[in-house]
Design a protein around this ligand. Structure first.
Ligand code: IMP
Length: 194
């Protein structure tokens, strides 16, 4: 079974295929055909993942999986949220902006969220899910692994930031893996029932 991943990121496709292979599943994720250029103007992660999924379905008419994710900080009323990727010009400036906005705030609670939408070859929603990873925002950066807001995100139940975890450790608990595992469980059932 082939599934188009609604992303232009080769690394993401590779990462998901590695996970699928490690589970012994007969699924191959592939990049969308040329022309995948969705306008992500939704107001939630869920809406944006559906926009991406439909854009990939329009040009492939295949099974499609899309994801949309970001960091939500309680004391900032859920910001940066869907604006996570564009909160400032560079990753370092985005972190700087978040820390500045949180300056003095006692409540540092936050979570990463990842919405995934799976469309069937008829373009209908076959499955959708939201994965969450809870933590808090520390006052300075720590660690060099990962990307984005990882260096300021202290994982609940751990003394380390997301950027201090190995890739394998992050993959066990991240919002993306939580969502992906549910999608894969759904697909496993689907394949077993056919
Ligand atoms: P995307 O929807 O996966 O492209 O993620 C959007 C943005 O959310 C990224 O550019 C990051 O700023 C942030 N983000 C999403 N997932 C993570 C993560 O696992 N660690 C750190 N930042 C993340």
């Amino acid at each position: 079974m082939q599934i188009v991943l609604a992303s232009s990121n080769k690394h993401k496709v590779q990462e998901i295929n590695d996970i699928v292979k490690s589970k012994g599943m007969d699924i191959e994720f592939i990049l969308p055909p040329d022309g995948f250029d969705p306008i992500e103007n939704g107001e939630t992660f869920e809406e944006n993942s559906l926009i991406k999924a439909k854009a990939a379905w329009d040009i492939s008419k295949n099974w499609v999986l899309a994801d949309d994710s970001g960091l939500c900080i309680d004391a900032l009323n859920g910001k940066p949220g869907i604006y996570s990727a564009r909160y400032a010009e560079t990753p370092a400036l985005r972190i700087e902006r978040v820390l500045k906005e949180l300056n003095g705030a006692e409540n540092r609670k936050a979570h990463f969220s990842c919405a995934m939408t799976l469309l069937n070859p008829n373009g209908e929603i076959a499955y959708k899910v939201q994965g969450i990873c809870s933590g808090s925002i520390i006052k300075e950066t720590r660690g060099t692994n990962g990307f984005g807001y990882d260096p300021i995100f202290l994982v609940d139940g751990d003394t380390r930031t997301m950027a201090e975890l190995s890739e394998a450790e992050k993959n066990k608990i991240s919002h993306r893996s939580v969502a992906l595992n549910q999608v894969l469980a759904f697909l496993k059932e689907l394949q077993l029932s056919h």
